[in-house]
Design a protein around this ligand. Sequence first.
Ligand code: HEC
Length: 313
Amino acid sequence: MLKIFIKLAAVALVASFGTIVSADTWTLDSENSKLAFGSIKKDKIGEVHSFERISGTVSDTGAVAINIDLTSVQTNIEIRDTRMVEHVFKGMADASLAAQIDMAAVSALGLGETTVIDVAGTLSLVGTNVDIETEMFVARLSESTVVVTTNDMIFLNLESAGIDASVTKLMEIAKLPSITRTSPVTLRLVFNSEMTKAEVAPAAPAAQTVFAGDVKKGKKIFKKCKACHSMKPGKNGVGPSLHSIIGKQSGAADGYKYSKAMKGANITWDAANLNTYLTKPKTLVPGTKMSFGGLKKAKDIENLLSYIQAESK
Ligand code: HEC
């Protein structure tokens, strides 16, 4: 039964990974995942068991590797847990599942969308390899979280899982007239992608500095920029439009051909960077094609930025 369970689990895991797609590596959230299996003894007493510890990953190419800690079996009866580990799992520490899933099929899943995928994998349990094929229900909760559950119930045949004789032994030890030889298995797998989380996290908003300088004085200083820059959105000249430049990424004006240096600078035009650039352009961005000597007075820069801020509204 346990073996059967494991096989089923493996299948479920495979399905889960498929859903996750697009990220680099997905990791099973063990806390929020559950692998349960059922048994029926004496023809009528149904019981649910589970494995406390399952772990796993899915690679960016869809290779699934899942580990089930066999010693973490929970049947709610301690002596039964011990007997299963000893007689059914033969003292082996874990079972593993290997599968390959079509990541592309799952990457198409939008946030809040669900789908059903076919999953096929091989479960290695106590020296026996079992092929598992099933359907898994996949729901994308967020860019970095996918939940995969069994779509139907998975039935694990104890004989093909190589644990039929072991279960007979358990039956004898427990003095039971019968234990069914097919075990239903259900899975709830939650996968997280750290990578995706990082990519998806909104960029920290640039520190919203409010410049409280003299806008009129700033307008006068802007005359030094005017030969090359316009404050009109989208209007590029020798230099790019400076509309909304405060807080913006460097080298991002539409339709403007930046120098290689500015293109590769990757800086945010916050107060500190603008101060440095306007004081000595080539210090902050060596190789910039902005031929401007620089403003000397901090007060002038503050007034200028107050003007640019006002003109960007
Ligand atoms: C002689 C022309 C010229 C003058 C004068 C000039 N700039 Fe520039 N500026 C440029 C050019 C050209 C670039 C593009 C730099 C690159 O691609 O390396 C640029 C880029 C910039 C950028 C970066 C824009 C972006 O999209 O990343 C800022 C900010 C900027 N200038 C501000 C100013 C300010 C403020 C003044 C006036 C105090 C000024 N510039 C004066 C030519 C000029």
